[in-house]
Design a protein around this ligand. Sequence first.
Ligand SMILES: [Zn+2]
Length: 340
Amino acid sequence: MSQLQQKEHMYRCIELAKNGIHTCKPNPRVGCVILKDEKIIGEGWHKKTGGDHAEIMALKNCEVNPEGSVVFISLEPCTHKGRTAPCVEALIDAKVSKVIFSSLDPNPKVSGKSIDILSAAGIEVSHGLLEEESSELNIGFFQRMKRNRPFIRSKIGSSLDGKIALSNGESKWITSAESREDVQNLRARSCAMMTSNQTVLLDDPSLNVRINNFSDDDQPLRVVIDSTMQCTGNEKIFQLPGETMIHSKRVDEALFEHLASIEINNVLVEAGPRMNGALLKLNLIDELIIYMAPCILGPDAIDMFGSPVIKKLSDRYSFAVKDLTSIGPDMKITLRKENV
Ligand SMILES: [Zn+2]
């Protein structure tokens, strides 16, 4: 099989993995394609924690006996018994002849282990194909496994001059309906949403996912930072389906370690300048997504970041542009912290 064909099959695995983007958390998104005589005989993806892994679904879906087949997977097959039996066993039992997987398991305790087990059973193994693409899909899961904290994304809607509201607080709406609809997709793929008591009291946001066919069982956890205990519990965010957690301390690294310990892979922050400033200062914003409307609000309007005050240019906070797109009349700018 040519390198190009192999890539095509791995791209297909990544596409299949995306089927689980809203539902498989806290597990990684994984896709699998099985080929025999160069023809696809089965495909699968991981839908829900506790349910079949991608490899198992693909094996079950095979139209013919998978003995002697080539198996493509977007992530290393699991070797330990978790909520389900290990996939390496199922691959060995099915007598497949070759396994090609993309990224290694990010968990240092098991990373690379499948290679030894499959090789010992006489199955040829290779890995690393489209690794960048497949790990991007699971950036939160990878970060939680490797660094013991979730991937933190902050979404900000602003004007062209970087303002998020007028000085009287009026902010509805600077960005377009199309941008706000796009935010729904960001929320849907997040394990948790985070905001501050100021935002809750000022804007009374829902911070829930409102897209078609999205089950309330998959609503991201909503985290409200309320260090001054100002929320009453009557605000909208506390009334909606899904869980809301109040954190009565300031944001710090310990909070995110705690969120990692309850299997939160990624957090989407939708908050005001104070919280965004605090996160920036702590160097905790991994990705910044700015929906920028092509309008000017003037110097009295409120800035995106309330802190820190920077005196020397060499102390500035820099990001790398990852993507630029237009959404309706607005611009969507995706930026990454440089060491992510
Ligand atoms: Zn598995």
